[in-house]
Write a protein that binds this ligand. Sequence first.
Ligand code: G3P
Ligand code: MG
Length: 232
Amino acid sequence: MLKVGHRGASGIAPENTKAAFLKSIKLGLDMVELDIQLTKDNNLIVFHDYDLKRIAGLDEKISNMTLIELKEIDIGSWFSDEFSDERILTLKEVINLLKDKMKINIEIKINQQKSEIIMAKLLDILKEEEYEEGVIISSFDHRILKLIKRKNYSLRTAVLIGALPVNPIRLIQEAEADGIHPHYLTVNRALVEEVKDYGYFINTWTVNSKEEVDRLVKLGVDGIMSDYPELF
Ligand code: G3P
Ligand code: MG
Protein backbone atom coordinates (compact mmCIF):
# COMPACT_ATOMS: atom_id res chain seq x y z
CA MET A 1 0.00 0.00 0.00
CA LEU A 2 1.25 3.45 -0.96
CA LYS A 3 2.01 5.73 1.98
CA VAL A 4 1.32 9.22 0.67
CA GLY A 5 2.24 12.52 2.34
CA HIS A 6 -0.64 14.94 1.76
CA ARG A 7 0.78 18.29 0.54
CA GLY A 8 4.07 16.77 1.70
CA ALA A 9 4.19 15.89 5.37
CA SER A 10 1.90 18.85 6.04
CA GLY A 11 1.05 18.00 9.65
CA ILE A 12 4.68 18.47 10.68
CA ALA A 13 5.91 21.12 8.19
CA PRO A 14 4.16 23.85 6.17
CA GLU A 15 2.19 22.34 3.29
CA ASN A 16 3.61 22.12 -0.23
CA THR A 17 7.07 23.38 0.81
CA LYS A 18 10.58 22.04 0.41
CA ALA A 19 10.63 21.30 4.15
CA ALA A 20 7.46 19.21 3.89
CA PHE A 21 8.74 17.27 0.88
CA LEU A 22 12.17 16.62 2.44
CA LYS A 23 10.49 15.31 5.58
CA SER A 24 8.40 12.96 3.44
CA ILE A 25 11.56 11.53 1.91
CA LYS A 26 13.28 11.22 5.27
CA LEU A 27 10.30 9.45 6.82
CA GLY A 28 10.28 6.87 4.05
CA LEU A 29 6.94 7.72 2.41
CA ASP A 30 6.29 6.28 -1.05
CA MET A 31 4.63 9.30 -2.59
CA VAL A 32 3.68 12.92 -1.98
CA GLU A 33 0.47 14.61 -3.04
CA LEU A 34 0.81 18.24 -4.11
CA ASP A 35 -1.41 20.88 -5.71
CA ILE A 36 -0.60 22.87 -8.84
CA GLN A 37 -1.82 26.21 -10.18
CA LEU A 38 -0.89 28.66 -12.89
CA THR A 39 0.68 32.07 -12.16
CA LYS A 40 -0.22 35.25 -14.05
CA ASP A 41 2.87 34.72 -16.25
CA ASN A 42 1.95 31.08 -16.96
CA ASN A 43 4.30 29.20 -14.64
CA LEU A 44 3.06 26.08 -12.86
CA ILE A 45 3.60 26.42 -9.13
CA VAL A 46 2.91 24.16 -6.18
CA PHE A 47 0.29 25.79 -3.94
CA HIS A 48 -3.11 24.75 -2.60
CA ASP A 49 -5.24 27.87 -1.99
CA TYR A 50 -6.41 30.16 -4.79
CA ASP A 51 -5.31 33.17 -2.73
CA LEU A 52 -2.65 34.07 -0.17
CA LYS A 53 -4.92 34.87 2.80
CA ARG A 54 -4.55 31.76 4.94
CA ILE A 55 -0.87 31.13 4.27
CA ALA A 56 0.58 34.65 4.08
CA GLY A 57 -2.17 36.99 5.30
CA LEU A 58 -2.30 38.74 1.91
CA ASP A 59 -5.46 39.60 0.00
CA GLU A 60 -4.04 38.54 -3.38
CA LYS A 61 -5.05 35.89 -5.87
CA ILE A 62 -2.38 33.46 -7.12
CA SER A 63 -3.62 33.91 -10.71
CA ASN A 64 -2.99 37.68 -10.49
CA MET A 65 0.65 37.38 -9.48
CA THR A 66 3.84 36.61 -11.39
CA LEU A 67 6.31 33.95 -10.34
CA ILE A 68 8.86 36.60 -9.30
CA GLU A 69 6.25 38.30 -7.09
CA LEU A 70 5.18 35.00 -5.56
CA LYS A 71 8.77 33.97 -4.85
CA GLU A 72 9.07 36.94 -2.44
CA ILE A 73 6.41 35.55 -0.12
CA ASP A 74 7.11 33.69 3.09
CA ILE A 75 4.87 30.59 3.08
CA GLY A 76 6.33 28.97 6.19
CA SER A 77 5.97 31.38 9.14
CA TRP A 78 2.18 30.85 9.45
CA PHE A 79 3.06 27.27 10.48
CA SER A 80 6.06 28.06 12.69
CA ASP A 81 8.83 30.71 12.81
CA GLU A 82 11.46 28.09 12.05
CA PHE A 83 10.07 27.82 8.49
CA SER A 84 10.29 31.52 7.57
CA ASP A 85 12.66 30.81 4.65
CA GLU A 86 10.16 28.62 2.80
CA ARG A 87 9.18 29.99 -0.61
CA ILE A 88 6.67 28.87 -3.24
CA LEU A 89 8.20 26.25 -5.53
CA THR A 90 7.59 25.67 -9.20
CA LEU A 91 6.44 22.21 -10.23
CA LYS A 92 9.75 21.78 -12.04
CA GLU A 93 11.68 22.53 -8.84
CA VAL A 94 9.65 19.99 -6.89
CA ILE A 95 10.08 17.31 -9.53
CA ASN A 96 13.84 17.87 -9.44
CA LEU A 97 13.79 17.56 -5.67
CA LEU A 98 11.80 14.33 -5.65
CA LYS A 99 12.10 12.47 -8.92
CA ASP A 100 14.83 9.99 -8.03
CA LYS A 101 13.46 9.45 -4.56
CA MET A 102 9.71 9.08 -4.62
CA LYS A 103 6.47 9.10 -6.58
CA ILE A 104 4.30 12.19 -6.98
CA ASN A 105 0.55 12.71 -7.12
CA ILE A 106 0.00 16.00 -8.94
CA GLU A 107 -3.45 17.46 -8.20
CA ILE A 108 -4.47 20.06 -10.77
CA LYS A 109 -6.53 22.76 -9.07
CA ILE A 110 -9.62 23.69 -11.07
CA ASN A 111 -9.13 26.61 -13.49
CA GLN A 112 -11.56 26.11 -16.37
CA GLN A 113 -10.42 29.17 -18.36
CA LYS A 114 -6.76 28.17 -18.32
CA SER A 115 -7.06 24.38 -18.48
CA GLU A 116 -5.48 24.12 -21.95
CA ILE A 117 -2.39 26.07 -20.87
CA ILE A 118 -2.10 24.11 -17.63
CA MET A 119 -2.30 20.83 -19.50
CA ALA A 120 0.28 21.84 -22.12
CA LYS A 121 2.72 23.12 -19.48
CA LEU A 122 2.30 20.04 -17.32
CA LEU A 123 2.88 17.63 -20.20
CA ASP A 124 5.96 19.59 -21.32
CA ILE A 125 7.49 19.57 -17.83
CA LEU A 126 6.95 15.83 -17.33
CA LYS A 127 8.48 15.13 -20.72
CA GLU A 128 11.48 17.44 -20.19
CA GLU A 129 12.16 15.94 -16.78
CA GLU A 130 11.61 12.41 -18.12
CA TYR A 131 9.39 11.81 -15.14
CA GLU A 132 6.16 10.13 -16.09
CA GLU A 133 6.21 6.65 -14.60
CA GLY A 134 6.13 7.73 -10.96
CA VAL A 135 3.32 10.22 -11.48
CA ILE A 136 -0.43 10.12 -10.87
CA ILE A 137 -2.33 13.15 -12.10
CA SER A 138 -5.60 13.85 -10.31
CA SER A 139 -8.22 16.58 -10.33
CA PHE A 140 -11.79 17.40 -9.38
CA ASP A 141 -11.93 18.68 -12.98
CA HIS A 142 -12.45 15.35 -14.74
CA ARG A 143 -12.49 16.99 -18.16
CA ILE A 144 -8.82 17.96 -17.96
CA LEU A 145 -7.92 14.38 -17.01
CA LYS A 146 -9.57 13.10 -20.16
CA LEU A 147 -7.72 15.66 -22.31
CA ILE A 148 -4.41 14.69 -20.69
CA LYS A 149 -5.03 11.00 -21.27
CA ARG A 150 -5.76 11.64 -24.92
CA LYS A 151 -2.47 13.54 -25.31
CA ASN A 152 -0.38 11.00 -23.42
CA TYR A 153 -1.99 7.63 -22.84
CA SER A 154 0.81 6.29 -20.64
CA LEU A 155 0.31 8.91 -17.91
CA ARG A 156 -1.76 7.60 -15.01
CA THR A 157 -4.75 9.67 -13.98
CA ALA A 158 -7.28 9.53 -11.15
CA VAL A 159 -10.66 11.19 -10.68
CA LEU A 160 -10.97 13.07 -7.40
CA ILE A 161 -14.32 12.85 -5.65
CA GLY A 162 -15.60 14.41 -2.43
CA ALA A 163 -18.95 12.59 -2.33
CA LEU A 164 -19.87 9.11 -3.48
CA PRO A 165 -21.44 9.16 -6.97
CA VAL A 166 -24.24 6.80 -7.97
CA ASN A 167 -21.89 5.05 -10.37
CA PRO A 168 -18.18 5.51 -9.54
CA ILE A 169 -17.05 3.16 -12.31
CA ARG A 170 -18.84 5.23 -14.92
CA LEU A 171 -17.13 8.33 -13.57
CA ILE A 172 -13.70 6.72 -14.00
CA GLN A 173 -14.58 5.44 -17.46
CA GLU A 174 -15.98 8.78 -18.63
CA ALA A 175 -12.72 10.48 -17.66
CA GLU A 176 -10.77 7.61 -19.28
CA ALA A 177 -8.84 7.48 -15.98
CA ASP A 178 -6.87 4.68 -14.32
CA GLY A 179 -8.13 5.12 -10.80
CA ILE A 180 -10.16 7.03 -8.26
CA HIS A 181 -9.16 9.26 -5.31
CA PRO A 182 -12.20 9.46 -3.03
CA HIS A 183 -12.57 11.28 0.30
CA TYR A 184 -11.98 8.65 3.01
CA LEU A 185 -15.48 8.94 4.47
CA THR A 186 -16.96 7.71 1.19
CA VAL A 187 -14.79 4.58 1.12
CA ASN A 188 -16.51 1.31 1.99
CA ARG A 189 -15.99 -2.34 1.12
CA ALA A 190 -18.36 -2.27 -1.85
CA LEU A 191 -16.51 0.66 -3.43
CA VAL A 192 -13.06 -0.88 -2.98
CA GLU A 193 -14.19 -4.23 -4.36
CA GLU A 194 -15.98 -2.76 -7.37
CA VAL A 195 -13.07 -0.46 -8.28
CA LYS A 196 -10.58 -3.31 -8.05
CA ASP A 197 -12.79 -5.77 -9.92
CA TYR A 198 -12.68 -3.39 -12.84
CA GLY A 199 -8.87 -3.18 -12.60
CA TYR A 200 -8.68 0.41 -11.38
CA PHE A 201 -6.73 1.71 -8.37
CA ILE A 202 -8.11 3.51 -5.32
CA ASN A 203 -6.13 5.96 -3.17
CA THR A 204 -7.96 7.88 -0.47
CA TRP A 205 -7.52 11.24 1.33
CA THR A 206 -6.99 12.84 3.86
CA VAL A 207 -6.73 10.31 6.66
CA ASN A 208 -5.51 11.76 9.94
CA SER A 209 -6.49 9.15 12.53
CA LYS A 210 -4.97 5.76 13.28
CA GLU A 211 -8.42 4.10 13.45
CA GLU A 212 -9.26 5.26 9.94
CA VAL A 213 -5.85 4.20 8.59
CA ASP A 214 -6.44 0.73 10.05
CA ARG A 215 -9.99 0.54 8.65
CA LEU A 216 -8.85 1.54 5.15
CA VAL A 217 -5.84 -0.82 5.16
CA LYS A 218 -8.23 -3.68 6.04
CA LEU A 219 -10.52 -2.71 3.17
CA GLY A 220 -7.54 -3.04 0.84
CA VAL A 221 -7.17 0.44 -0.63
CA ASP A 222 -4.05 0.92 -2.79
CA GLY A 223 -2.90 4.11 -1.09
CA ILE A 224 -3.65 6.43 1.81
CA MET A 225 -2.87 10.16 1.96
CA SER A 226 -2.20 11.64 5.36
CA ASP A 227 -0.86 14.89 6.80
CA TYR A 228 0.78 12.86 9.58
CA PRO A 229 3.31 10.30 8.28
CA GLU A 230 3.75 8.81 11.76
CA LEU A 231 0.27 7.24 11.37
CA PHE A 232 1.81 4.82 8.89
O1 G3P B 1 -5.73 15.13 -3.66
C1 G3P B 1 -6.46 14.89 -2.49
C2 G3P B 1 -6.81 16.14 -1.75
O2 G3P B 1 -5.69 16.95 -1.66
C3 G3P B 1 -7.94 16.90 -2.40
O3 G3P B 1 -8.34 18.03 -1.69
O4 G3P B 1 -8.37 20.40 -1.07
O5 G3P B 1 -6.75 18.89 0.05
O6 G3P B 1 -6.41 19.56 -2.32
P1 G3P B 1 -7.42 19.27 -1.23
MG1 MG C 1 -4.71 18.36 -2.93
